[in-house]
Design a protein around this ligand. Sequence first.
Ligand SMILES: [Zn+2]
Ligand SMILES: [Zn+2]
Length: 218
Amino acid sequence: MTLGTLILDALFPDACLACLAPRESHWRHEVACNACLDATPLPDTFACLACGAPSAALTPACHPESPACIEVADPAASPVGHLVTALLFEGIPRAARPLGEILAAASVSTGIPLHRTVLAPIPELTRDVQTRGYSAPQLLATAVGSHLGVPLAPHLLTATAAGDRPLFGIGTVGDTAAAQVVVLVAPRPPREREVAQLATLISEACPGARSLLMTCTT
Ligand SMILES: [Zn+2]
Ligand SMILES: [Zn+2]
């Protein structure tokens, strides 16, 4: 957390992170006002991350090595960008709840399947989690799951440091092996190479499951 953010957060702990409106202006959440949440454009479909074909997630013929993707917002044009910055870089875990609500609404509007679906946060490196004090993807996935009533597989994937990049692996699978859809959740999309690696890991851990990538920003 920067000194400026620390002071702002101390003086106005419940101001909207996007527009600075004070708490009195009708809150569903701390840190984001209703007007900003309602102004967030939601996607009406999800698309194959490899070719862009809409709603490709459950069509195995369409790039099975790549997940389909829901991305909510252009970070520059949306209150979502402010919330993602707060969650990832400013040490404000409360930003996860309004983001979770937005992602849940996007899931409903795109019609992602909710039956035998699990949410798996894309793990961060332990040192990043320790520096920040929480795992942003984990908080986000928890928020989305509580809105949708979809279970979480918090330890399905692991991340170990390879240089300064994460190297992903399979963690605790358990009942998740029977999932039909595994939704990978992160505030921002991982790099292209990482996406392919994650999709391969999901196909190994949960044979027959399709993977879907859910991120707040493009
Ligand atoms: Zn606002
Ligand atoms: Zn495709």
